[in-house]
Design a binder for this molecule. Structure first.
Ligand code: ASP
Length: 328
């Protein structure tokens, strides 16, 4: 009798503590592409791994402090935007004219609210601008000078155009322009857009993506990153996704939404759905890239169809992964 009572009490205590520890998790990416051992110098690899580590820790800290998934993805993306190794914020790739034009978007899986900016210049953290479009405007997407004017009115931080430009990106542009005839617009062996997805302790999902787009882009080209459903999507009923890769393909195949839709409507689990889209649909279409995704149970998937993808995650059990290559 006493034994039974003890067993019941301990079972109740165990389920209470499980309830108290609702799963949290976060994943980030810093781009996908022909990232193979030997392509990166030791110094580059160390800088990339350390920026990924700082970003994933910052986002995870927000979650362990009881913060929202939206705050967590913004905290992680801000760090990656400042890291010159990645194609977002400082260190973004250069347009045909040698300028920086950035795109970003964010989505709240609880309400399906979303915000995006495209072709913006001078804003230190484009992800903050995207978030402000979501929270402080009645719109979902603002572009170019209008988006910049909006960012000024809400007091976001601006930097001089030169602050964004690194010698590495200037050299990359020279190399692309030297090997292309003028009619070819897009050429990049790898992509290094940044993004984050997170699940917070209240069961809310969020996704965020930020990029400079593609080297040598012109005519106001905009890729998938600021397009809700293509490069970014979050829905508490399914998952949160941030993508990186050849944007034109991700737009045509509505990649981030498709991954969530297959979970909701076809009953696939996160790993199956992300794999079907990245290694099925996209490969068939010829679209290089990858995604990071997390579902409402805290499962994380990070598939890519390229040689590598800069990525990191901290899962519900607190396990931290930082990886670059396919066999990492
Ligand atoms: N998806 C981005 C774009 O097409 C590029 C990237 O992922 O690096 O603009």
């Amino acid at each position: 009798m006493k034994k039974n009572l003890l067993l019941t009490v301990s079972l109740i205590l165990m389920s209470l503590s499980a309830l108290a520890q609702a799963p949290i998790g976060i994943a980030i990416h810093g781009g996908a592409g022909t990232i193979e051992r030997g392509n990166l110098s030791k110094a580059q690899e160390t800088a990339i791994r350390s920026a990924l580590s700082d970003a994933i820790e910052a986002g995870h800290q927000v979650l362990t402090d009881g913060g929202s998934s939206l705050d967590a993805v913004v905290a992680a993306v801000r760090i990656l935007e400042d890291a010159p190794e990645f194609n977002a914020g400082r260190g973004a790739v250069l347009t045909h004219d040698g300028t920086v034009e950035m795109d970003a978007s964010i989505m709240d899986g609880a309400s399906l609210a979303a915000g995006a900016v495209a072709s913006v210049a001078g804003i230190r953290h484009p992800i903050e601008a995207a978030r402000a479009v979501m929270t402080d405007s009645p719109h979902v997407m603002l572009v170019s000078d209008g988006a910049t004017a909006f960012a000024e009115t809400i007091g976001l931080e601006f930097k001089d155009p030169d602050w964004f430009i690194t010698e590495f990106r200037a050299e990359q542009l020279r190399a692309v322009q030297a090997r292309q005839d003028a009619s070819v617009q897009l050429s990049e062996d790898w992509f290094s857009t940044v993004g984050a997805v997170a699940l917070d302790g209240d069961g809310n999902l969020a996704a965020a993506t930020s990029t400079g787009g593609m080297t040598n882009k012109r005519w106001g080209r905009v890729g998938d990153s600021p397009i809700i459903g293509a490069g970014t999507y979050a829905d508490n009923r399914a998952c949160a996704v941030s993508a990186t890769g050849h944007g034109e393909f991700f737009i045509r195949h509505v990649v981030a939404y498709d991954i969530c839709a297959r979970i909701r409507h076809a009953g696939l689990d996160l790993a199956e759905s992300a794999d079907a889209v990245v290694n099925g649909v996209l490969v068939k279409a010829g679209g290089d890239g990858g995604v990071i995704a997390i579902d409402a149970q805290g499962n994380i998937a990070m598939p890519f169809n390229t040689e590598g993808m800069y990525r990191a995650a901290i899962d519900a059990a607190g396990r931290k992964t930082i990886a670059i290559y396919g066999d990492d």
